[in-house]
Design a protein around this ligand. Structure first.
Ligand SMILES: [Zn+2]
Length: 446
């Protein structure tokens, strides 16, 4: 057993060392603090989302600089002074706020070997000056700076502070219960985005107090939105007058209904299928000025850089006159490369080809007593399995093992396991080349 662990570790070490230094990364397990696999699985999936990791580590670099400088703004006002007393994330006299985002940044830095203890014991500390070397064009740290500054590429990280901060911030995740990893993903992305906006507003307030901090708030897009946000268009055609009403909405991920023996492409087509609005569900047409039967569908108008797809595997089902909350182990195949076809006629960038880089997997029978693990692709193209503190190299066919179970009760590989892909993360193939090139937005520096 011990020998196996050593072999695995050295295999991971060798893999990391075989990569060019700018693409070198660390493979660390995360300690579980009692049912926190819902959070650990999402952290690993997001850590292996390259543009997100780069932005969070850049945020960390600036956070460190702020911590060291005591955060004085140009106008001589400490940002901390501008935070109202009842602001939920107000921290201390140091003038910066510790919140879910700063805790995530610290955690990513530790996963990346930029701070904290590495597996050999010594505390790693990278100079802020080194971290703050920005790529002049993009404002984002370059790959060389972000290469792990450590001698070992494997380890175990304790996300204690991050989990504590999450429990303190959200009533939903306050207890020690099992939670839904999709709900956690939503919480985390929205929370980070809101904090970045809040920070931007504070920055405007500090730099142009007369403007009241509202001048360019409207156009401000956070890196979370820039990476994950896409746009849907909801089209409703009145069957009385044929008028088409269009309503746009943003999304950070798509939740897809599933059917037995299906594929992600079929789920996406189904997501955009025509739906009839009739009888009790009629549509009020502004042209006809009355309730009318209508045909409705949802199409993607702008595809995001990173497409997160959530499979609705947990459902209330009626059985024996009772409503039961059940897990659907349906077999849903998903490809390594995905072309999104359910786009609207006026969509920008229609031919986006996506590549799978991470899958959050639900293991076990039910929604309330299961377990989450993550399959993630390393920079070198090797797939890893992250199961809390355990990290393993896996073969590509492991992905097929989490498609789910067919009617015959077996998975593709013949096993009867109930491990099912739950959240899939795809990245635009061309995203790497365009990423950062026109990213003028940057979170403010005090
Ligand atoms: Zn009408």
């Amino acid at each position: 057993m011990a020998n196996g662990a050593v072999t695995m570790r050295s295999r991971l070490e060798n893999h990391a060392r075989s990569l060019p230094s700018s693409r070198r990364e660390r493979y660390c397990g995360l300690v579980n603090y009692g049912n926190t696999c819902y959070a650990n699985s999402i952290i690993q999936a997001l850590y292996f989302c390259e543009p997100f990791r780069r932005e969070v580590l850049t945020f960390f670099a600036e956070l460190q600089r702020r911590r060291e400088r005591g955060r004085r703004t140009k106008s001589g006002v400490a940002l901390g002074d501008l935070i109202p007393d009842n602001y939920p994330y107000r921290n201390n006299q140091a003038g910066y706020r510790e919140n879910v985002l700063t805790a995530l940044a610290d955690l990513f830095a530790e996963l990346h070997g930029l701070k904290g203890k590495n597996s050999n014991g010594p505390v790693v500390s990278v100079s802020v000056a080194a971290l703050a070397r920005h790529s002049p064009n993009t404002g984002v740290l370059d790959g060389t700076v972000l290469a792990p500054q450590t001698a070992t590429y494997t380890g175990l990280v304790e996300p204690r502070n991050f989990i504590a901060r999450v429990r303190q911030t959200s009533d939903l995740f306050a207890g020690y219960m099992h939670h839904d990893s999709h709900e956690f993903l939503n919480f985390l992305l929205n929370q980070c985005s809101e904090l970045l906006k809040e920070e931007h507003r504070m920055h405007l307030l500090a730099s142009e107090p007369s403007q009241g901090g509202v001048s360019s708030e409207e156009q401000f897009t956070t890196f979370v939105e820039r990476i994950f946000q896409g746009e849907l268009v909801n089209e409703t055609r009145c069957l009385g007058c044929e008028t088409i009403t269009r309503r746009e909405e943003h999304f950070l991920d798509l939740s897809l209904d599933i059917e037995q023996h299906s594929s992600i492409s079929a789920c996406l087509r189904n997501f955009s299928a025509h739906e009839m609005l009739r009888s009790g569900d009629k549509f009020y047409c502004n042209v006809c000025r009355t309730l009318q039967e209508a045909e409705k569908r949802m199409l993607i108008r702008r595809v995001p850089q990173v497409l997160a797809l959530h499979l609705k595997r947990f459902k209330f089902l009626e059985a024996n006159m009772k409503l039961l909350y059940k897990k659907l182990n349906y077999r849903i195949s998903f490809p390594m490369e995905l072309r999104v076809c359910n786009v609207s006629d006026d969509a920008e960038d229609v031919d986006g080809l996506y590549e799978l880089f991470s899958v959050v997997v639900h293991v076990g029978a039910g929604p309330s007593h299961g377990h989450y693990v993550t399959l993630a692709k390393s920079s070198g193209g090797i797939w890893m399995l992250y199961d809390d503190d355990q990290v393993e190299v896996v073969e590509d066919y492991s992905l097929q093992e989490v498609f789910g179970i067919s009617e015959s009760g077996q998975s593709v590989t013949g096993s009867c396991s109930s491990d099912c892909g739950y959240i899939l993360f795809y990245i635009r193939r061309d995203a790497e080349s365009s990423n950062g090139a026109n990213d003028c937005e940057h979170h403010p520096v005090a």
